[in-house]
Design a protein around this ligand. Structure first.
Ligand SMILES: [Zn+2]
Length: 79
């Protein structure tokens, strides 16, 4: 698990909402649900970002074009 905003793994369990574990990021204070990351972007968008990176675009450029945080894009590239 990591923060969807800053990718920090310094997370604090923050109770349950509709039986889903909630987390709070210790770094940026963002609160989110355990399933948040999986439902956020489709596989198509993910593959598109990876292709843009392979064509030589920086993660910051892709971030500006797609509104997807560059750390999310980086985590896809590292997979
Ligand atoms: Zn965070």
């Amino acid at each position: 698990m990591e923060c969807p905003t800053c990718s920090s793994t310094q997370l604090q369990r923050n109770g349950y909402r509709n039986k889903v574990q909630c987390y709070k990021c210790k770094r940026c204070g963002r609160q989110f649900l355990e399933s948040y990351k999986q439902v956020r972007y489709s596989e198509d968008i993910k593959q598109l970002c990876i292709r843009m990176y392979q064509k030589g675009m920086s993660t910051r450029t892709i971030e500006k074009m797609t509104d997807i945080h560059h750390t999310t894009i980086l985590s896809w590239i590292r997979e």
